[in-house]
Design a protein around this ligand. Structure first.
Ligand code: CS2
Length: 497
């Protein structure tokens, strides 16, 4: 399909579908915005927006999305989407198959970072019934070990002082819910779609802690009236680079400033707890349940943890895409053993899921070479991910007296990665809001890992486990003495205990 004329993605495209591209068949003019989504990135657009697009295709038009970006770096998304009438291309790729579809369920986009008033106006509208969030693990500004909101965080401080110009999700949620409360408008459901186990519980407790500082009456009202469902979300969505833009242009003749190329797999399991109505998402494959916990635990401890394992160690071994790591013969037995021996015993039973099949599917998904998931995307924000994806499994295994070697290897790889210089003396790009303190501590950890383990907001009291500390130091020393490949061989294989 190469050498086709190029068409720009915008409303004009809706009149006639370009060859090989699916476009919305419903009338976008009739869409009603009932969702407000904070954090419109690749994942939201490949996942939630697609489910809602499917729903609109079934004739349910009153659950469209108003998207928002609250960070300075959302400027590029703002420009791209508003120039394209909020339309964008989603390509699903696996093996030989590749399907392209223009998504229409995102009806408008507000660059709240620059225009907070517009966001507040929208959030005050009774038509908004659900606020969804993809704020990343770090966006919750909480102490990962204690679960408490970090009230000293400078962004939290900002939002308490300047309620009209917030920079965190808490500032937006608290102020907008307060305005609804004062105006006698029913609150919305607040639905976190981040990879945090118990994401709804975490959102609720951190928001209440924030509101307790702002106005205890507001906190009490939210506690009694707002619902915070937990949910598990899943779809591997690489960051959009020029490679994806070029692919879409060459194969589909589409000029799109912010397309997405993702895997075909998608899953959404949601706790059915909505205080102001919800769309019939069960009609488009969303699973509703009373208890999301087993699904979240399975997904975060197996998928996200394996990603972290492949990310740091993969980078140190010279790989730059996840499929390369997943296909590397030296990595396969490591990831399998990590999942089978050290994580699976902690998962328990998950209703309707065969864990052996789930893990096989994961290995296939990781090896999907058509989506080019970047190792550095996985290595971003380790300070938000490590305490959620890896450390809880280590803590649980320590209590049980079970194996921790391969889980510890993820932590050792992260610390080696954080030292910011690779085996060839090249700089490692560290993208983490806590990079300053982490890099210093990682370098010092070469002689004593307590230098980093002392950050109890990340590591809890793991530094008190001599078993873990000794294993970690041993592995880190091995990295420096023998290199990443040898460390993987000596600590990752399933013949080891
Ligand atoms: C990844 C996730 O960021 C990460 O470390 O593990 O983004 C992962 O791709 C998604 O959670 C898949 O659903």
């Amino acid at each position: 399909m190469s050498n086709v004329d190029t068409v720009s993605v915008s409303s004009g495209i809706l009149k006639k579908a370009p060859a090989g591209v699916r476009i919305p068949t419903y009338d976008r003019a009739h869409l009603k915005e009932s969702f407000f989504h904070i954090g419109v990135g690749g994942f939201h657009r490949s996942h939630q927006a697609l489910f809602l697009d499917d729903l609109a295709e079934q004739g349910v038009l009153d659950w469209a999305i108003c998207g928002a970006g609250i960070m300075p770096q959302d400027e590029a998304m703002n420009k791209a989407l508003n120039a394209q009438d909020c339309l964008y291309t989603l390509v699903e790729r696996d093996g030989e198959s590749s399907t392209a579809r223009v998504i229409g369920s995102l009806k408008s986009y507000i660059f709240a970072y620059k225009n907070p008033d517009d966001a507040f106006k929208k959030l005050a509208d009774p038509a908004i019934k659900i606020v969804t969030l993809t704020a990343t693990e770090g966006g919750y500004c909480f102490n990962a070990a204690s679960g408490e909101l970090d009230l000293d965080n400078k962004n939290i401080q900002n939002d308490l002082k300047h309620p009209d110009k917030p920079v965190t999700i808490f500032g937006y949620l608290a102020e907008s819910l307060d305005r609804r409360r004062r105006a006698g408008v029913k609150p919305y459901t607040a639905l976190s779609c981040d990879n945090l186990q118990g994401n709804g519980h975490i959102l609720k407790s951190t928001l209440l802690a924030f509101c307790q500082q702002k106005d205890p009456q507001l906190a009490a009202w939210i506690k009694n009236n707002v619902s915070f469902p937990n949910c598990m979300v899943d779809r591997i969505t690489p960051a959009t680079t020029d490679a994806e833009r070029q692919f879409i242009k060459e194969h589909y003749g589409l000029q799109d400033a912010y397309p997405i190329v993702a895997e075909p797999f998608r899953q959404w399991v949601v706790e059915d707890n909505f205080c102001n109505g919800r769309p019939p998402l069960e009609n488009v494959g969303v699973q509703f349940t009373d208890n999301v916990e087993p699904y979240e635990k399975m997904k975060i401890r197996l998928l996200n943890a394996s990603h972290s394992a492949m990310g740091y160690l993969g980078y140190l071994c010279g790989y730059r895409f996840i499929y390369q790591v997943a296909k590397a013969p030296e990595f396969q037995p490591y990831i399998k053993a990590l999942m089978d021996l050290e994580v699976t015993p902690l998962i328990g039973s998950v209703p309707g899921v065969n864990l052996a099949e789930y893990k096989e599917t994961l290995m296939r998904r990781f090896a999907n070479e058509t989506i080019k998931d970047q190792v550095l995307r996985i290595c971003m924000d380790g300070s938000g991910k490590m305490p959620k994806f890896i450390l809880p499994s280590i803590e649980e295994q320590l209590v049980l007296g079970g194996p921790i070697r391969r889980l510890t290897l993820v932590v050792a790889s992260w610390i080696r990665f954080l030292s910011a210089v690779d085996e060839d003396g090249q700089a490692i790009p560290i993208d983490d809001p806590q990079s300053d303190r982490l890099i210093v501590a990682a370098k010092e950890s070469k002689t004593d890992v307590r230098a980093i383990l002392q950050f109890s907001d990340l590591f809890g009291n793991l530094q008190e486990s001599s078993r873990f500390v000794e294993e970690l130091q041993l592995q880190l020393n091995h990295f420096y003495e023998h290199g990443a490949k040898k460390t993987l061989q000596d600590f990752g294989l399933d013949s080891l205990s």
